[in-house]
Each structure stands twice: as C-alpha cells, then as structure tokens.
Design a protein around this ligand. Structure first.
Ligand code: AMP
Length: 284
C-alpha cells in the first residue's frame, strides 16, 4: 500500500526506519502534475530500489518574480492514482509553510558560471532554489539513489556537482527524455499551451535534430549551427527565443569549435507565457 506523507518528521522517521532495515531507497523529486516522463523515472527507481519515494512539491523559491508559480498545473489526486499504479511505496507532499517556515534563511548554492548561464541567466536564483530544495529532500528521505531527467540537463548537472562537492551519500541517476509523437518533450507546462502554440512547439525538437544532422554532415562552426536553429524556431509566429546554446555536455563548459567531444545543444523558448526547454547531446 502506498502511503502519502505531508509531515516532514514523519517522512524522515519512516526513511530512518527503512534504512535501519537495510532497505535501499530511491527518490524521484517532482513538482507533480505527472506525465510519462516522470513515470519513466519512477519505473527505473522501482527496478533498482527496495523503496520508491516520489516527492511532489511546487517549490516556491525556485520561481522568480513574474514566473508561472501560480499557473503551474496541480492535480494531486490524479498524481496519487498514477503513482499507486506504479507501485510506489510513498509520496512525500509537504506544504510550503512546513518546508520554509516564517524566518527561514538557509540556502544551498552552487556558485560559478554553471548556474549563471542558460536557464540561470534568464532565471536568476532559480538553481539556488533547486539545490536548496533537493538538499532538504535528500536529508529528509536519505535516498541511496535519486532520479532526474535529462530533460532538465542543466539542473541534473548542477545537482551532480552539488552532490560531489558536499559529499551527499547518494547516487544520481540520469534518465532519458520522454517525448510526444511529434518530438515535443513531455512537460507539465505543455497543458498551458493553446492548440496553435502546441502545434508550433514541435519545432523545438525539430530544430535540435536538424542541427544534429548539420553537424553529422560536417558543419563545425558553433555560430552557424546556432543560427540554423534560430532561423527554424523564429519562423514559428508564437515562438519567442530565450536562448539557444551549445556547450560541452559534461560540465556545460564553453565550446569554440565542434571537435572530438560530446556537446549539448540546449534551448529555451517561450510560447505566450509558457517557457519550454529542450536539449540534445551530440557526439562530434
Ligand atoms: P518536474 O516535475 O518538471 O520538476 O520534473 C521532475 C523530474 O522529472 C525532473 O528530474 C525532470 O527532469 C524529469 N522530467 C520532466 N520531464 C521529463 C521528460 N519529458 N522526460 C524525462 N524526464 C522528465
């Protein structure tokens, strides 16, 4: 039977008891409104761990002023049904008030360019909110393994660095991007697209794939590849490009020429008020 925990101490005590019994805990952190992308992480955790915990928490401190915290979709009842069907052991769904009580002032921050570029440039403070909540979740749930999607490539790279540098005793497992039939990466935010925007959003993955083909055909100039993607995406009237970047896949470091390393092409594009991200890794 799956159990839902809203109380932090109850969740932490239960995890302590599971650990004392020698059970291996897998944690899947989410903001809810679950889709097949989330469920692929849950299934991977189910295969690899004795206890599977899914956290559902729309983390207010990772949203900036004017972002979509209020509009972020929520449906806990449906989420619980989906997770029950996946044979999850526990759902952790704390309140904001309990996670960040009056006077709360402790944060975990990965400094440097890794959190300042890409999404960090458009969303100042975003990754500080992410690393803080993930640290809290790790200390509450004490997972042996935690599962993150490659969909949020910068997020998982930042979390891996945090885990390494703070010596969290947890293994981070990266899971592949799950997509719709037309290539659009699944996202809870997709429900906020109108039908025109939804149709046009397929261009994101198309542009990434076109860029990959260009590189395979021998193109080695970063700017030319980025220009190609920019052109395809801006042809969609509803699309407003936030960024299109090419970085080293491993650490998101700068790449000057495309030669002999794994690169990640990453983009963020707004359709109306809905900001979507996608990425593709290419071995040059
Ligand atoms: P979110 O609820 O958006 O914070 O996502 C929770 C976790 O699910 C994160 O690790 C995401 O990277 C992952 N995730 C979200 N969408 C997808 C997707 N389409 N494919 C794989 N993983 C995903």
């Amino acid at each position: 039977m799956m159990k839902t925990f809203t109380n932090i101490k109850d969740m932490q005590d239960k995890c302590k008891a599971w650990k004392a019994e020698g059970r291996r805990i897998g944690l899947v952190p989410t903001m809810g409104y679950l889709h097949a992308g989330h469920l692929s992480l849950v299934r991977k955790a189910r295969q690899e761990c004795d206890i599977v915990i899914i956290s559902i928490f729309v983390n207010p401190i990772q949203f900036g002023q004017g972002e979509d915290f209020e509009e972020y979709p929520r449906d806990i009842k449906r989420d619980l049904e989906l997770l029950e069907a996946e044979q999850a052991d526990a759902v952790f769904a704390p309140s904001s008030r309990d996670m960040y009580p009056e006077g709360y002032s402790t944060f975990v921050e990965v400094e440097g360019s890794i959190t300042k570029k890409l999404c960090g440039a458009s969303r100042p403070g975003h990754f500080k909110g992410v690393t803080t909540v993930v640290s809290k979740l790790f200390l509450i749930c004490q997972p042996d393994k935690a599962y993150f999607g490659q969909k949020d490539a910068q997020q998982v790279t930042v979390i891996e660095k945090m885990v390494r540098e703070l010596n969290f005793p947890v293994n981070i497992v990266r899971c592949p991007i799950i997509r719709e039939a037309d290539g659009l990466a699944l996202s809870s935010r997709n429900v906020n697209l109108n039908s025109e925007q939804r149709q046009q959003a397929a261009v994101l993955n198309q542009a990434l794939k076109a860029a990959a083909r260009e590189i395979e055909a021998g193109q080695r100039d970063v700017e030319t590849v980025k220009q190609g993607m920019r052109k395809l995406i801006s042809a969609q009237p509803q699309a407003t490009i936030d960024y299109i970047e090419i970085n080293r896949a491993e650490d998101l470091g700068e790449v000057k020429n495309l030669s002999g390393e794994k690169i990640i092409m990453a983009l963020a594009v707004k359709f109306g008020n809905t900001r979507l991200i996608d990425n593709l890794i290419v071995e040059v």
